[in-house]
Design a protein around this ligand. Sequence first.
Ligand code: PLP
Length: 431
Amino acid sequence: MKSGPDDLAIFGGTPAFDRPRYVGLPNIGDRDQLFALLGEALDRRWLSNGGPLVREFERQVADLAGVRHCVATCNATAALELAIRAAGLTGEVIVPAFTFPATVHAVRWMGLTPVLCDVDPDSGLIDPASAAARIGPRTSGIIGVHLWGRPCPVTELTRVARRHGLALLFDAAQAFGSAYPGRPVGGAGLAEVFSFHATKLVNAFEGGAVVTDDGALAARVRAMHNFGIVGEDEVALTGTNAKMSEAAAAMGLVSLRGMPDFVARNRGNHRRYLAALTGVPGVELLDPDPAARHGQHYVVLRVDRERLGVHRDDLMAVLRAENVVARRYFYPGCHRMAPYRSDGWSFPHADALADALLTLPTGTAVEAAEIDRIAEVVRVVAAHAPVVAARLARPAEQAAVARRSGAARAGHQPGVPLPVAAGDEVAERGQ
Ligand SMILES: Cc1ncc(COP(=O)(O)O)c(C=O)c1O
């Protein structure tokens, strides 16, 4: 039980947890089912190349996404690259600045020019007006991103794309199982891309998928993800190897079966955070709607420095000292990351969100009582903000902040990778 600043671990108190609590610890489904499926694959000696488990996984994903075609891949980054290539994009492609870097990388990795745009200041999702303002003579497409499982403004983006004759793709890496009013995420634009990375709601260890209603596009993606092969001794297209393995599909199938449980746990956790943090001045959950049509797989806190009296980075440092490895998704924004910052973009909304958001642990690895302890730390910080801020401003505590958050607020260069504190596995946990 913590009641004052002296109880906070960053000031010498006992940490709330004796080992780290992470954002994005994988949901593990039924192990017996997984081992049974793996055993079957071994018995068949069919471990890759569109085996029965991959085909079944594709069927179930297509079904849940309400689309005709699904091509499972080794990850979503490769799936994005395949979708970009199969859709025939050229020249410039418009992508939101506030996203996981894979969205932007995929465009550049395909030899195209990513043109970044800003996001909505409240939702953090791509702003169709900002996207439209970036359209030029070389623009061939737009990629919308459904961040945190929340569908981006598909109708407006579709209108913009149609008006300008552009291809429209969606990075739905975080949005498998989400829905718009009346239909699941998956069928908008030319194609959408899911991730089944270990940290996602449904995981296949590593995995991804391109889903679409366009049969010709699906056929191109299917050929391209398998070296361009379309028949024995027949290579029709330049391809790559982006196939999903049978082992990954086995995990994916088990994870799909577990999905209702995972969502129920996430919803319960979300409600718990909401109850524990409602009324704390200066912090609010980004998506407080408990009835949201997505898996509530991310608990994203918006920290208003003026109202809380403590900067987001200091709150993160306090939490990390308590062994709560909160994360700054998607800091500092792609426009401030080394490969892209020389382009000189300026996105005030992306910057404001990158400065204010903090993602907290949730998922099946987090218990309700643990959420109460995490929220208690936030409440102590809020109740004693002037003292906490003043003590964190002292040199000794500043050093602790730098160690804990990887960067002191004052000296931190946006875009410089965060050093990982000793014993902190954060770099390899979550994305
Ligand atoms: C928005 C977004 N796009 C793309 C990716 C890349 O997915 P993968 O790790 O499956 O390649 C991620 C993964 O976290 C993501 O969050």
